[in-house]
Design a binder for this molecule. Structure first.
Ligand code: FAD
Length: 419
């Protein structure tokens, strides 16, 4: 059965989120710093009351399934919610849905001990603390098989040494979830294990925080780990399971990023349309020019294609309840996401002329953001490779010199069938 409709009861919630985001959250983007700087007194004054409204409405932290103590909204509803609050920089934190805390909470819910859940998961879900997910290393991010940061067994625990790179929000985090090589001689995807490490553990040093153009503050850290000692229970999952544990969080995270990216691309599109019907040149509105019409049409078509791809993938994930089963689809969403934001922000910028390029408009930030979503959680090329590999996995090769689908062979078969 096919249906493209949102359940009317849930649509009321979506409408509420839309209005709440526009009226109350979007203005915060102009007056607050980092959404992860939760101890900033202005954050406490302005964000906490909005979070309380979201909680009272029953829309707080909806990403965990019921088996993990969450509401179990599923990916389709999460996608629809992210599409609304993703318009604003502070949207995710007001709804308890900010990366990387959502993904990290999934990992802790799955693999944490009872004590770790009490110590870290509960305050994380309440946004009393924030966290960092750190896997990338300075010498190579797209290829996790080259990671070198090691965890060696010593006495009853582990000792971690190495360097991590672009660890977002490390400066605000209470704990890290990080990957380290525990078994250098094991098979490539069994060499690493996942650990939870309190950020104040001796030996963790933020070498430097890097900023990204278009973002507020310097929040992506180069982190050095020197003889950092962690007890055995801080390993999440089994020894050698780091890639399995990482997958628990990455797919959902990519999907939520995609929906928020759709929200930004939609904003750019709305602005482009308003500009086209407002600005006149050579005696007529931009909207009357066919090349402008093409930009509007192309953008709308891309938005609809992207939205459908996300929602279909979210729906498939809800059906299978297994991210592995929708790996190809998630990678496809991830791979197309930067192009959608890049294309539509570029057109919107261009149609606004010099104003579009100025810092009074958000288009340059969104263009930069398109590179961010093309890199974080793995570069586009890697995801395209996944899509292609998954597709080709089940395709059988032709065993003859000329393919069976050639017209001559088909004609011959058709004749044998009907004549
Ligand atoms: C804003 C931002 C936030 C981030 N936050 C985090 C974080 O919180 N935690 C964390 O661990 N990491 C984080 N990252 C790091 C991110 O995961 C890496 O940037 C990404 O995996 C790419 O690694 P790299 O930057 O080392 O680039 P490289 O691995 O050097 O790749 C550079 C380029 O090489 C090309 N390339 C790479 N592989 C292939 C391939 N197989 N085929 C063809 N071309 C290829 C691509 O064009 C790619 O963009 C973040 C990155 C950004 C930009």
């Amino acid at each position: 059965m096919w249906s493209f409709a949102t359940d009317p009861e849930f649509q009321k919630e979506i409408d509420w989120i839309d209005n709440f985001t526009r009226e109350k959250i979007e203005p915060l983007d102009f007056i607050l710093g980092s959404p992860w700087d939760i101890t900033d007194p202005e954050f406490v004054r302005l964000v906490r009351p909005l979070q309380a409204e979201v909680k009272a409405r029953g829309l707080w932290g909806c990403h965990l399934g019921p088996e993990l103590g969450g509401k179990g909204y599923g990916q389709v509803k999460l996608a629809l919610m992210n599409e609304q609050f993703g318009r604003a920089r502070f949207g995710p934190i007001v709804f308890g849905a900010q990366a990387p805390d959502t993904g990290n909470s999934e990992i802790l819910a799955h693999y944490g001990t009872a004590e770790q859940k009490k110590l870290y998961l509960e305050p994380l879900l309440a946004n009393e603390i924030v966290s960092c997910f750190s896997i990338t290393e300075p010498h190579g991010g797209a290829d996790p098989l080259v990671f070198k940061t090691s965890a060696k067994q010593e006495g009853n625990g582990w000792v971690i040494n190495g360097e991590k790179w672009f660890a977002s929000n490390a400066r605000y985090a209470t704990f890290y979830i990080m990957m380290a090589v525990t078994d250098p001689d094991a098979a490539p995807y069994r060499r690493m294990s996942m650990f939870i490490v309190p950020a104040d553990t001796p030996g963790i040093e933020i070498v430097r925080n890097y900023g990204v153009a278009g973002e507020v503050g310097e929040t992506h850290a180069h982190v050095r780990w020197t003889n950092v000692r962690v007890p055995p229970e801080n390993m999440l999952g089994e020894r050698g399971d780091a890639f399995i544990v990482a997958q628990t969080r990455l797919s959902g995270g990519r999907m939520h990023h995609a929906m928020r990216t759709l929200a930004l691309a939609t904003r750019a599109f709305e602005m482009m349309c308003e500009r086209a019907v407002s600005r006149t040149t050579k005696g007529e509105l931009l909207a009357k020019k066919q090349m402008v019409q093409e930009k509007i049409a192309d953008s709308w078509i891309e938005l609809r294609q992207f939205r459908l791809l996300i929602l279909e993938t979210a729906w498939l994930a809800d059906q299978s309840k297994d991210w592995k089963a929708v790996r190809k689809n998630v990678s496809a969403v991830k791979a197309i996401m930067p192009k959608i934001l890049n294309d539509i922000s570029s057109r919107a910028l261009h149609l606004h002329g010099s104003l579009g390029l100025s810092d009074d408009m958000p288009f340059v930030d969104w263009l930069i953001n398109s590179f961010h979503v093309g890199l974080a959680d793995g570069p586009t090329e890697v995801h395209k490779v996944t899509v292609a590999k998954e597709i080709l996995k089940t395709v059988k090769p032709c065993t003859t010199l000329f393919p069976d689908y050639g017209n001559a062979k088909r004609r011959e078969r058709a004749r044998a069938q009907y004549l």
